[in-house]
Design a protein around this ligand. Sequence first.
Ligand SMILES: [Zn+2]
Ligand SMILES: [Zn+2]
Length: 129
Amino acid sequence: MTEICNECGKSVALGSGRFVNRVPDFDDVETRRQMGKPFPEGAFMCAECDAKIRKVVTFEPPRCPYCEANLFRVAETTYETYTFNPEKGVYKEDGETKITCLDCGADLYDVFPNGVCNYSAKEQEAKAQ
Ligand SMILES: [Zn+2]
Ligand SMILES: [Zn+2]
């Protein structure tokens, strides 16, 4: 068994830094050769090549329009204001949501017009295309 990645040829042996996340490839050398693997003798794939092959799609968070920070974390604060209704004798709830950049404190309402929980990087990407 050859402990290299059959895609990039790098070692996935213990101590290579790729040992823990290596993915065993159960095809035999001949099958791997037919599949056009660049290093068919390798019985593994490293984590990076595995992700590439499986086409794992990752998304980037939006950027703050003010400080350009990647918005990995944003703060959403809801302020509840209650207004007394004298005719009914009860309070009417009137919430206001404020979304802020943790880096510069800017108001990010324009970035998240539907709220942070309804944001979808996938939808944003589809819209941009
Ligand atoms: Zn690899
Ligand atoms: Zn900012």
